[in-house]
Design a protein around this ligand. Structure first.
Ligand code: GTP
Length: 975
């Protein structure tokens, strides 16, 4: 076996002996110096180690190395000492370094990347820190950011998480070279390495892979990188780990490192000669060459010499500080653009460039991260908002609108509705509840829209606060309340001595009235409130404008349900109660029992230690009435009731009606200010100018002050009871406010869209939607109004209470329809008809107008509807109307009307009713229908015709003939 000496093999391989020694050592061979001999197999191994790696297809990316170079320069200065010491450290130390990197130069690297600041090499750290703008972050950034490290990383990423990899590489790359430099005593190796710059790394691999137990080491680095071998080489006695760390990732740096290594072994000089060093290395000329190069050639060339084989010029260091990094072609394709960009973007100033690289890239990365994060957040937030979002909708919306709200296809919504058992087309309305349920399936909350009511009275300051100095004493407004037949009317009658009770039909008080009395020269205003429970709402309204409530309790009957209700209403209104224990003249009267029962209901009279005054009275005998009035005045005094009489009047409508010869008549109580004949006033949706004022005795007055009850003539429409009435600056304002109120009122009604009909009444009662059946009664005469009212009131049962919200004589007006719409009321007309306009409005508002010619039919229908027994019946369908424009008397035929079909059509076989000023004056059949001289079957809208009625000749101009047919109505939901 021939033996070969180290130096001989070195020559053969064109390597330094030192490199070979290192390599041999790293392969576990027992070599001490250049004279040591090698066995054949050892030679083979070494040769294998130094065998160049096969050429791979590479691309080159040039990137700015200025930063690294600078860094290296600075570090190399510090590292000189360190490197010297480290020179022959066992690999253990390497391990330590890589892990602890306690005090080795390489630690610096780590330190840089990790900020380990406690090393003895503080100087070094300082330097690195003090490197102007190259804080470690930059350093890291640089590596990460702009260097073509990605591709580099890719390579490395064999099996390592890129991050750590990157960190390691990035952090230490420049330092690697630095380390190499530091590795003072290993100049040769580094030198060799330098030369090997371009060498295929495989050979390195081979060497490394030898058989070292540094597997862990290898593993760390490579995965499969050729650099391992490189590392191995270094591992001779160097802290390979750190080295590896450096190498890992960045192959290109290897060459760089190698170069450094060459330099690293050198004293400060090498440091000075940083630039040249590389050149020298390249040339194989170590130190001297290094110096020369350093002087003359900038680093750029140095780097290039390794890779691009260019000689750097010191002056142009910034330009020269470019390194060509090799990449595997396939990977480069993907990365090249990114890799090149930094270089292209880099400015001429190295530091700036670095900074730009560092921060730009990092910022970009961050931006990207943030962008992604923020996009995610945004979408999450959007979802959240959508889920939380509450969309307000009216009572009814179309399927199409609902689909838009929930951003779904209408067909999908229709299907959903079908699933819920609701058949609806795209343009059909769905109820709020249904819509809300559908929307809920898509996590969208729907809320019922509330119509914002603007109080125009407030806007126009019609009810502005008065200065306390303007207030003067005013009379109390007293409401008499109590259970049925406990003697309210009798008591008031006794007080007023007017005998009202005697004139009341059926003995039941039907209206809220007001009257004034004088007691001891002091005025007291009384509201007459009926005790029937059907009038609860009106009673409640009365309580609102009331200062004092007189609670009438029959001494012989005690506290009854409506007594309790009256107490509750008074309490709710904050109105003090004076108890009038009535009928004490009766032998079975038991006032103490009444007191006892009252206390049980929370009304403790003074006698029992409470604060409620109780006065035993007899409406029949008049006993106790004086005391009662005394007490009223006493309580009023305690209340210190005051008002400003010198301001535009403000009152409340107590009752309103149409009176023949007077028109609309409204009973009001003026609460404050003055009301004078001629004043423009507005009350809800109606307005007008006060034509006349009548006091409670029926006498005309010109002016009234606070706490006065009067009747007003002059309002255009009948106002609603309980409506506030204001004196306005002028009629125009009054009209404007009324119109605005009407719009608001109408919108509110539309939104509510309650539209109750007798047909669906029962089902709504059963569903609990209706507990009060509001009815408006209009009739031709007062007697009929009263008769129907009383009959309907008696229909109240446990499930639903009949509530007559308005009852009056006259045609069914728009005001009635509006009120009905707002109150979910049904209009019952007796011998009256709505005009075409009113009918149209009713259809729009969904108001059910029922007209009858027989009272019994009206009562019967309502009763049947309430109990679900409304039989399928015939319902009239209006065909059209003819306006009578002339009348002709034809002998043996009768009176013929020449008319014009204003709307719809009139057919020969239709039924007709003759309407005069809204009142039905005849109902019957058509006797003849002609166009010119020809009999016709029908006449359409816009045509004239001649029409005669069977058995009726009293046709007059401007009469209206309404044609209708009776059609059978199928009632769903009933029975
Ligand atoms: N003995 C006696 N009878 C009275 C007295 N007050 C009222 N009555 C009688 O009680 C009955 C009912 O009297 P009203 O005054 O109509 O009672 P109300 O509370 O007004 O009744 P509604 O209007 O139906 O609520 C009448 O027959 C009165 O004559 C009284 O003080 N003594």
């Amino acid at each position: 076996m021939s033996k070969v000496r180290i130096h001989e093999l070195a020559k053969t391989l064109n390597k330094s002996s030192k490199d070979l020694i290192d390599a041999a050592s790293s392969l576990g061979m027992n070599v001490k110096n250049h004279m040591s001999t090698l066995e054949d197999n050892e030679v083979a191994k070494l040769k294998q180690t130094f065998k160049p790696a096969p050429e791979k297809s590479h691309n080159k990316i040039i990137y700015d190395r200025t930063k690294e170079v600078k860094q290296e320069e600075r570090q190399s200065r510090n590292n000189d000492n360190r490197s010297r010491n480290q020179g022959d450290r066992p690999q253990r130390s390497n391990d330590n370094r890589s892990q602890n990197q306690g005090d080795r130069p390489q630690r610096n690297y780590d330190n840089r990347s990790q900020n380990q600041g406690d090393r003895p090499q503080r100087n070094y750290d300082n330097r690195s820190q003090s490197q102007g703008d190259r804080p470690q972050r930059n350093y890291d950034n640089r590596n990460q950011g702009d260097r073509p490290q990605r591709s580099y990383d890719n390579r490395n990423q064999g099996d390592r998480p890129q991050r750590s990899y990157d960190n390691r590489n990035q952090g230490d790359r420049p330092q690697r070279s630095y380390d190499n430099r530091n590795q003072g005593d290993r100049p040769q190796r580094s030198y060799d390495n330098r030369n090997q710059g371009d060498r295929p790394q495989r050979s390195y691999d081979n060497r490394n892979q030898g058989d070292r137990s540094q597997r862990s080491y290898d593993n760390r680095n490579q995965g499969d990188r050729p650099q391992r071998s490189y590392d191995n080489r270094n591992q001779g006695d160097r802290p390979q780990r750190s080295y590896d760390n450096r190498n890992q990732g960045d192959r290109p740096q290897r060459s760089y490192d190698n170069r450094n290594q060459g330099n690293s072994g050198r004293p400060p000089r090498s440091y000075d000669n940083r630039g040249g060093g590389y050149n020298k290395d390249k040339d194989g000329d170590q130190r001297p060459a290094y110096q020369q190069k350093k002087r003359t050639e900038p680093k750029k060339d140095t780097f290039a010499s390794e890779i691009a084989e260019k000689t750097p010029s010191k002056k142009k260091r910034t330009k020269k500080d470019k390194i060509v990094v090799t990449f595997e072609t396939d990977k480069l394709d993907k990365k090249s653009k990114k890799a090149k960009r930094p270089v292209k973007d880099a400015g001429s100033n190295t530091n700036e460039r670095r900074g730009a690289f560092d921060f730009t890239k990092k910022t970009k990365q961050k931006k990207l991260k943030y962008q992604k994060a923020s996009e995610k957040e945004r979408s999450e937030k959007l979802d959240e908002i959508l889920q939380k979002e509450v969309v307000t909708i009216p009572e009814k919306i179309t399927v199409k609108e609902l689909a838009e709200i929930i951003n779904k296809n209408p067909n999908e919504v229709i299907m959903k509705l079908m699933d819920s058992g609701i058949m609806a087309t795209i343009n059909q309305d769905v109820e709020y509840d249904t819509a809300a349920l559908i929307a809920a399936d898509y996590n969208i909350s729907l809320e019922l829209e509330e119509v914002e009511e603007i109080d125009l009275a407030e806007v126009y300051e019609l009810n502005a606060e008065d200065d306390p100095s303007t207030l003067v004493k005013r009379a109390p407004v007293v409401t008499v309340m109590g259970h049925v037949d406990h003697g309210k009317t009798s008591l008031l009658d006794a007080i007023r001595n007017t005998g009202v009770a005697v004139g009341e039909a059926g003995g039941i008080t039907q209206h809220i009235g007001a009257s004034e009395i004088m007691h001891r020269n002091e005025k007291i205003v009384f509201l007459d409130t009926p005790g029937h429970e059907a009038f609860t709402s009106l009673r409640a309204r009365g309580a609102k404008i009331t200062d004092i409530a007189i609670l009438v309790v029959a001494a012989d009957d005690g506290v009854m349900p409506q007594t309790i209700e009256a107490i509750d209403h008074s309490k709710a209104a904050g109105v003090p109660i004076i108890v009038a224990i009535n009928k004490i003249d009766k032998p079975n009267a038991n006032p103490d029992r009444v007191k006892q029962e009252l206390s049980e209901k929370g009304v403790i009279i003074e006698e029992w230690g409470g604060d409620v005054i109780a006065v035993p009275v007899s409406a029949k005998t008049g006993e106790g009435l004086e005391t009662l009035l005394e007490m009223v005045l006493l309580v009023a005094e305690v209340l210190e009731l005051k008002a400003n009489p010198d301001r535009p009047g403000v009152g409340t409508v107590i009752e309103a009606k149409v009176v023949k010869g007077r028109g609309t008549v409204a009973s009001i109580i003026l609460e404050k200010g003055t009301l004078t004949v001629g004043d423009p006033v507005v009350a809800g949706i109606t307005y007008g100018k006060v034509k006349a004022l009548y006091n409670d005795k029926g006498k005309k007055v010109k002016r009234i002050g606070p706490s006065t009850s009067v009747e007003i003539d002059g309002l255009a429409e009948v106002p609603q009871a309980g409506e506030k009435i204001y004196v306005t600056p002028d009629e125009k304002t009054a009209r404007y406010i009324a119109e605005k109120n009407a719009i608001t009122f109408r919108e509110k009604s539309l939104n509510k869209n309650v539209g109750i009909t007798l047909e669906d009444l029962f089902s709504k009662i059963k569903e609990g939607e209706i507990k009060e059946l509001n009815i408006i009664i209009k009739a031709d005469v007062h007697g009929s109004v009263e008769a129907i009212k009383q009959s309907l009131l008696k229909l109240s049962n446990e499930e639903v209470r009949v509530n007559i919200i308005h009852a009056n004589v006259g045609a069914i007006s728009e005001s009635d329809v509006t009120l009905a719409s707002a109150s979910s009321a049904i209009i019952i007309g007796f011998n009256v008809r709505p005009s075409s306009n009113v009918q149209y409005l009713a259809e729009q508002e969904g108001v059910d107008i029922r007209t009858y010619r027989i009272i019994y039919d009206a009562i019967n229908d309502v009763e049947a509807a309430m109990t679900g027994m409304l039989d399928p019946t015939f319902k009239e369908v209006i065909l059209g109307r003819i306006q009578v424009r002339a009348t002709f008397k034809v002998p043996s035929v009768g009176t013929i009307a020449g008319g014009y079909v204003t709307n719809g059509k009139v057919t020969r076989n239709a039924q007709v009713r003759l309407i005069r000023e809204g009142i039905v004056v005849f109902e019957g059949k058509i006797a003849s229908l002609k166009r010119f001289k020809d009999d016709v079957k029908e006449v359409a809208q816009g045509y004239e015709c001649g029409i005669g009625l069977e058995s009726y000749n009293d046709l007059q101009e401007m009469d209206e003939i309404e044609a209708f047919v009776m059609e059978e109505v199928k009632r769903e939901g009933l029975k």
